[in-house]
Design a protein around this ligand. Structure first.
Ligand SMILES: NC(=O)c1ccc[n+]([C@@H]2O[C@H](COP(=O)([O-])OP(=O)(O)OC[C@H]3O[C@@H](n4cnc5c(N)ncnc54)[C@H](OP(=O)(O)O)[C@@H]3O)[C@@H](O)[C@H]2O)c1
Length: 302
């Protein structure tokens, strides 16, 4: 158990309400929250019962640990306004939960002597109590100065999470990796369900689930070596047939299928599992459906 902080949260969004509830469950008193929309008020009532809603500057004044859980693009302005108004104070811990931002965005808080931390849960939040369970084992991407590292680690431990340290200059790349994996996966799965639905399959989600569970497990364990399917087998006619029928039935899905096929092709060759000469045949098919992109030198030299 780390030191018990008087916690304030600006605002009571999907992440703010859940993290504050998690810290409260670990013994930290949550003294105030900010949030004006109906959604934020509802989340605060459900996840932080009894916690008063105040304006942001009042929340900041009352808090020993201030969580800034506002949209990424709002964060610079929120920090500046709080610092300019004198609502932040020396020794106070100020943490945000943005993946993209590091400590630089908290410079106005650091300038008044606050102890700043970037504390990003690598998780997708619904803003309901369901998320509380997901904090256990969730990885937090942390950036902090040497003097704040123990505080940050203590907070993550209180939330039941695990720590990964992210250098300040790598925050954006770290966040891009998470977004590419998790957000684009949602698009990919939704498109896959659409194709199965168009094919008349009764239960697209139930049909995909065992396959996708296995593919995800294998990919996380083995990376590119987990790849199966027509591209790595060099089944050029199957890829051509896919594209013909996707074009006819779900043309919106063609660009992402082609983009992912190019990337898959490249990685299968680089991995040494697909001969460049066979990759060239598939590249010929893909080229008919979009701009030809540059393949790795191994494919080009075939
Ligand atoms: N959602 C996720 O899965 C997730 C995961 C990891 C990290 N994050 C990060 O967590 C942060 C919050 O994301 P979120 O998804 O929780 O956002 P959200 O659900 O949209 O909630 C944003 C909160 O900030 C408040 N707010 C907006 N603009 C404000 C301003 N100018 N001043 C004061 N409060 C303001 C909102 O209040 P009103 O409702 O009254 O407008 C709301 O309570 C972001 O940095 C995001 O990158 C999100």
């Amino acid at each position: 158990m780390s030191h018990l902080f008087r916690v304030g949260v600006i605002g009571a969004g999907r992440v703010g309400a859940v993290l504050a509830a998690g810290l409260r469950a670990a013994g930290h008193p949550v003294v105030a929250a900010a949030g004006e929309s109906d959604a934020s008020r509802r989340r605060a009532a459900e996840l932080l019962p009894g916690v008063p809603l105040r304006k942001p500057s009042d929340v900041a004044r009352e808090a020993e640990l201030l969580l800034l859980t506002v949209p990424d693009d709002m964060l610079p302005n929120v920090v500046k306004v709080l610092a300019d108004s004198g609502a932040l104070h020396a020794g106070q811990v100020v943490a945000h939960t943005s993946g993209r931002h590091g400590l630089a965005v908290l410079a106005p808080a650091a300038a008044v002597g606050a102890r700043v931390i970037a504390l990003h849960p690598a998780m997708t939040f619904t803003g309901t109590s369901v998320d509380l369970e997901r904090l256990h084992g969730c990885v937090f991407g942390l950036t902090a100065g040497a003097d704040e590292r123990a505080i940050a680690e203590g907070l993550v431990a209180d939330l039941g999470g695990r720590v990964t340290w992210v250098p300040e200059e790598m925050r954006t790349l770290y966040h891009a990796g998470l977004a590419h994996g998790a957000n684009h996966l949602v698009t990919l799965v939704s498109e896959a369900m659409g194709l199965l639905g168009a094919a008349g399959v009764d239960d697209p989600a139930g049909t995909l689930r065992p396959l996708l569970d296995a593919a995800l497990d294998n990919a996380l364990a083995h990376g590119d070596a987990a790849l199966t399917g027509p591209i790595v087998r060099g089944d050029v006619q199957t890829v051509a047939a896919h594209l013909k029928d996707i074009s006819a039935n779900a043309p919106d899905t063609v660009p992402s299928y082609v983009a992912m096929a190019w990337a898959t092709l490249d990685r299968a060759v680089t991995d040494g599992r697909l001969l460049p000469i066979r990759a060239q045949a598939i590249a010929g098919v893909l080229s008919a459906y979009g701009d030809r992109r540059v393949l790795s030198p191994r494919v080009e030299s075939a």
